[in-house]
Design a protein around this ligand. Structure first.
Ligand SMILES: Nc1ncnc2c1ncn2[C@@H]1O[C@H](COP(=O)(O)OP(=O)(O)O)[C@@H](O)[C@H]1O
Ligand SMILES: [Mg+2]
Length: 370
């Protein structure tokens, strides 16, 4: 079933300030295709949970429409919408076995005993729960409990699965594992899903597409590769991963697109619309795209400076370089053995391939981070 949000807005009234409520969701438009998993990603308080609750029917929009499978559901109560929610608190019954937890929803629906048995067995098999069918939740690990919660959510074959930060209570290693598990299950059953998280790695791992939100608004919608390598603006670039911004001016508008960074002309592989010829442009380059070499080697480079910080993390080294820009330049070197180590104080030359550079329009006045 597809899900569509049309101009959805939610204002929470504040009784102490008449007319001055909180705009939690601000004119959100979105299409989620049948079988697709879309993630809402953004900082705490940006309206992810509220939007999800509007889809489930636990919250009603102040304005706008919610469509599920082509039908307007604004006036349908949650239990008529055929959605199922998975939370970070597991919401499984402590006094029931794994099997009873999974079969409960089917029994509630009055399905024939044989069907309940068969469906429960199938879901437990897919979820790897068969061996622990008779155990009770307090005999399970956090990850196993979350798997039971997921099995409970999908056993009724909901049209839409809604996840609200489902892995926040798990430790890092289990979280990595469960992300892949959730993705596998969602694809196995082809259930249209909306997944809320503030964790960009989690969003990259599970999503077909990511909706980046800020202050109740949608900033960008795109596949993980698009939002990471072609961010729409500084907020998206900065929120998803780490990034260097270099301020400059667009040189012409022909391809290859070029930007003048204080006298040094660089080519960039992609750019957003709205950069005017001769106008301001911001070049965004990810730390892993920056190449370092000893300044003593000579040759031309985009910039040069001195290493002010070098953090060895085993598989990578993270550097900060003072290259005369407003902020230190961040660079990440993979395979340090091959690339060579630099130490604090070393003079280095910096470069990046044009295809790894992405030009952004300057922030419109008054809408930057206050
Ligand atoms: N029931 C409520 N009453 C008043 N304000 C709320 C309510 N629920 C959420 N908000 C406010 O709406 C904004 C968005 O909240 P939420 O959707 O929970 O964000 P997120 O899930 O992205 O952290 C926040 O400013 C929050 O304080
Ligand atoms: Mg939330």
């Amino acid at each position: 079933m597809s899900v569509r949000l049309i101009d959805v807005t939610k204002v929470f009234e504040d009784p102490s300030r008449p007319g001055g409520g909180v705009v939690a969701v601000d004119g959100v438009n979105l299409d989620v295709a049948e079988g697709e998993l879309v993630t809402f990603l953004g900082p705490s308080g940006c309206g992810k949970t509220t939007t999800l609750r509007i889809v489930s029917g636990f919250e009603s929009p102040t304005a706008g429409d919610v469509m599920i499978g082509g039908a307007r559901v604004n006036d349908e109560p949650p239990n008529k919408r055929d959605t199922s929610m998975v939370f970070q608190s597991y919401a499984i019954f402590p006094h029931m076995s794994v099997e009873q937890n999974v079969s409960f929803g089917l029994e509630l629906k009055g399905r024939p005993k044989a069907v309940v048995r068969e469906e429960t067995a199938r879901i437990m098999d897919v979820m790897g729960l068969t061996d622990m069918a008779k155990r009770r939740p307090d005999q399970l690990s956090g990850g196993q409990q979350q798997r039971v919660a997921l099995a409970r959510a999908i056993v009724n074959k909901p049209k839409v699965l809604l996840f609200d930060e489902p892995l926040s209570n798990l430790d890092a290693k289990l979280r990595d594992q469960m992300r892949l598990e959730i993705r596998r299950i969602q694809q196995t059953f082809g259930i249209t899903s909306i997944y809320v998280t503030h964790d960009q790695v989690e969003a990259m791992t599970v999503s077909d597409r990511i909706v980046v939100m800020n202050k109740g608004r949608v900033m960008q919608v795109g596949a993980p590769f698009e939002v990471y390598s072609r961010p729409a603006d500084r907020f998206v670039a900065d929120f998803i991963g780490r990034v260097n911004f270099f301020d400059g001016r667009a040189v012409g508008s022909a391809e290859p697109f070029r930007v003048d960074l204080g006298g040094r002309i660089v080519e960039v592989g992609s750019r957003v619309r709205g950069i005017v010829e001769g106008g301001e442009a911001v070049v965004a380059v990810r730390p892993e795209s920056l190449r370092l070499r000893p300044a003593a080697e000579g040759g031309s480079s985009f910039a040069s400076g001195r290493v002010t910080k070098a953090v060895y993390l085993g598989s990578v080294i993270e550097y900060e370089i003072d290259a005369g820009f407003e902020r230190p330049v961040l660079a990440v070197s993979h395979d340090p053995v091959d690339a060579g180590f630099f130490s604090v104080g070393d003079a280095v030359a910096l470069d990046f391939p044009a295809r790894a550079a992405h030009a952004l329009a300057p922030e419109p006045r008054g809408t930057g981070d206050e």
